[in-house]
Design a protein around this ligand. Structure first.
Ligand code: NAI
Length: 680
């Protein structure tokens, strides 16, 4: 017998087992939204009366349930509304848990957040052991924590240590890893899923519980101790004033352990408080900004298969490896065999880390061809140039390759500073050239600036954005103006840090101020990591075009061969593993009170200038670019959002004061001035 609601389909088999299939109407993924929960609640009510042999919850889509419906978060305005919603979710999961027949979640694809919490309400869980299966509680990434019973149930099931690791980091697990910690009862190949489910329902083995060893941490006497260790671990990555959610999870667990009713109550209170707070609101904003960037590239518009990268240096090599990792056929060309060997070595390391299984690693390596003579060029759908940052070298190369490229292939440059107009002079069709500006390190930085001029062929821009999505990066269209968006906004901030260092402030003190603001890395360490020679060359271009001052100190260091991390010495010295020495600030070090303001005000001011000049299309995209291109404090929602939240007048006042003290580089951007004072 089959019964169908809008989102759930129910079928009872000959053995009396109810197969409840979630297939959300009108979407490609199942999200645990209000309607889905209400319908489920109704169905559970009917099953209470019906008493089936067992209940199996499964999905008709490629994922189980990907989490809560984040759009619903944005509609919550008060704490009371939030509590009501959470209570409702908890109520449904409790009802499922109390059903008087064996229950099971049959998991495929993503089973995240509320989806996993629902599965935790079942007696058993079986996962498809395919690579695509991921189980996790990523709520902290949105500034909240599990609220539908995850904090209460997960530690009981897998022990506090494993549970805390999942909840505090938001990391998701493969089916096999989930089996290892006891999160699922079995991980089996897809074709065996139904049989395995039936078997468990029939035999009803004892339910999974954390082993003795893993429950040791749950002991009321040990909990405060372990909680302190966890707090320190979290503190190394996120400050409580910036990211309160992981600390809240630890506090709840320390206080209530596995006392389920008390934890459920605390979850409700805590998530309600967090969800209406600034951090969660801004992280939800960042989530939607990411979706917006994704939507800027339409994969269907272009289906590249072969990529040819010219220049196997730091960037070209890593771009080539990344493309191969994402399934494309890649040839990488360089003049030096040694560089090509290095590309393959780095690629192997990346594949090992990301793919783990030897078969998959080998397949990725097979997709990446070192190509000294450039034989892959003529067959490539996308050609990416990443040779030295030198106009003549690039132009010579273009003259040579343009006639050999496949008609309709995309030609892209990874230049960080040379205007496309200049590079295009060497081409017979300059308007087919686009910039695909990747960031270093390629495997970590999600953003790719899609650089175009007013004359660029629309098709080339569309292809570039589509290609970026095919390799799972985020495209941001920007204008081909000096420094594009990200480097232009970042550079004044880095240069201000260099100036302060030259004034005598210790690098670690400057870096600590940026971390306090919420940057993932201090500006001095960032400059060292990017390479001081590269910083200098971008700074010089900006200085020529925009009058940005280049601190003499930067030139001095580059001249002395102190290039940063890559040369073992820049502002910091580096050990053999590439770790900076003496970068941890100690107590009582002197720090002038305007240090943080000097850094951040310059960054914000430059962001305003870029927006005014139309380097990027609107404030939201600017925020997205700076967050995904530089790591700018995500909990602040982006520079423009931060300016609006903290008030334009405040920034104006700060800049005026700093200009008086330090000079013209702090002159407020025109867009901050009252209308009548603007030079328009
Ligand atoms: P790199 O100096 O590490 O690599 C350049 C590579 O190109 C070398 O392996 C060299 O042998 C090869 N090469 C030079 N001329 C060639 C030719 N005619 N044919 C074939 N191979 C040739 O440089 P890096 O840092 O990888 O930069 C490459 C490009 O990427 C530059 O345009 C740079 O502005 C840009 N970029 C660099 C970033 C960085 O952080 N290093 C970030 C974003 C863009």
């Amino acid at each position: 017998m089959t019964t169908k609601n809008d989102n759930w389909q129910r079928e009872t088999d000959a053995e009396g087992i109810v197969w409840l299939t979630v297939d959300q109407a009108g979407g490609s993924a199942n999200t645990l939204n209000h309607e889905l929960l209400e319908e489920l609640d109704e169905i559970l009510g009917e099953l209470e009366a019906q008493r089936p042999t067992g209940l199996v919850i499964q999905s008709a889509k490629k994922d189980f349930i990907v989490g809560a419906d984040i759009k619903e978060f944005t509609r919550i305005e008060t704490m009371e509304e939030a509590r009501k919603l959470i209570r409702r979710g908890q109520g449904v999961v409790n009802r499922l848990e109390n059903l008087r027949c064996p229950t099971m979640a049959l998991i495929n694809g993503y089973c995240l957040g509320g989806g996993l919490e629902l599965a935790l309400g079942c007696d058993y869980r079986i996962a498809d052991d395919d690579q695509s299966t991921r189980l996790g509680l990523p709520e902290v990434r949105l500034g909240i924590h599990p609220g539908f019973g995850g904090v209460a149930r997960l530690p009981r099931l897998v022990g506090a240590t494993a549970a805390m690791d999942m909840m505090l980091t938001g990391r998701s697990l493969s089916a096999r890893a989930a089996k290892k910690i006891g999160l699922v009862d079995h991980a089996v190949p897809r074709r065996h899923l139904r049989r395995a489910a039936r078997e468990l329902i029939k035999t009803q083995p004892p339910r999974q519980r954390a082993g003795l060893l893993s429950t040791l941490g749950d002991n009321a006497l040990l909990r405060p101790l372990l909680a302190r260790v966890l707090r320190n671990k979290v503190a190394a990555k996120a400050r409580p004033e910036h990211y309160p959610a992981p600390y809240a999870v630890i506090d709840i667990w320390r206080e209530f352990g596995t006392d389920k009713p008390a934890v459920l109550e605390a979850e409700e209170r805590s998530v309600a408080r967090l969800i209406i707070g600034d951090t969660a609101r801004n992280l939800v904003r960042v989530f939607f900004l990411q979706e917006r960037l994704k939507s800027l590239g339409d994969k269907k518009a272009f289906a590249p298969q072969r990529v040819h990268v010219i220049g196997g240096g730091v960037m070209g090599g890593d771009i080539a490896a990344w493309c191969a990792l994402r399934g494309l056929q890649v040839s990488v060309q360089d003049r030096s065999d040694e560089h090509l060997a290095r590309v393959m070595k780095r690629a192997a390391k990346l594949f090992k880390k990301k793919l783990r299984q030897p078969r998959l690693i080998q397949q990725a390596l097979d997709r990446l061809m070192p190509d000294r003579r450039g034989q892959g060029l003529a067959r490539a759908d996308v050609v990416i140039e990443a040779i030295f940052e030198n106009v003549e070298a690039k132009q010579n190369l273009y003259r040579e390759i343009e006639p050999r490229m496949k008609p309709g292939a995309l030609l892209a440059t990874n230049t960080s500073s040379i205007p496309l107009q200049v590079l295009g002079e060497a081409l017979s069709d300059p308007n087919r050239l686009v910039g695909l500006h990747f960031f270093n390190p390629v495997a970590k930085m999600q953003l790719v600036e899609i650089v175009t001029t007013a004359d660029t062929h629309a098709e080339a821009a569309t292809q570039a954005a589509a290609f970026t999505r095919h390799i799972d990066r985020l495209p941001l269209p920007v204008d081909s103006s000096p420094g594009f968006l990200v480097n232009r906004v970042l550079m004044p901030y880095l240069l201000e840090a260099v100036t302060m260092e030259a004034e005598g402030l210790a690098p670690k003190v400057i870096d600590a101020e940026a971390l306090k603001f919420g940057m993932p890395m201090g500006p001095i360490l960032l400059a060292d990591t990017v390479g001081l020679d590269i910083c200098l060359s971008v700074a010089e271009i900006l200085s020529k075009e925009l009058g940005v001052e280049v601190p003499g100190r930067l030139r001095e260091l580059v001249k002395a061969g102190r290039l940063g991390k890559k040369s073992g010495h820049g502002f910091y010295r580096y050990d053999k593993q590439g770790k900076p020495l003496g970068a941890k600030p100690g107590r009582g070090e002197y720090c002038p009170p305007d240090t943080q303001d000097r850094l951040i005000a310059r960054l914000l001011n430059e962001a305003l200038a870029c927006l005014r000049e139309g380097v990027v299309n609107g404030a939201d995209l600017l925020d997205a670019g700076i967050i995904f291109g530089t790591g700018f404090a995500p909990f602040r929602g982006g520079p423009m959002h931060y300016i609006e939240q903290s008030g334009r007048a405040g920034l104006m006042a700060k800049l005026t004061e700093l200009e008086k003290k330090y000079g013209e580089r702090f002159r407020a951007d025109e867009s901050l001035l009252p209308l009548e004072e603007r030079g328009e």
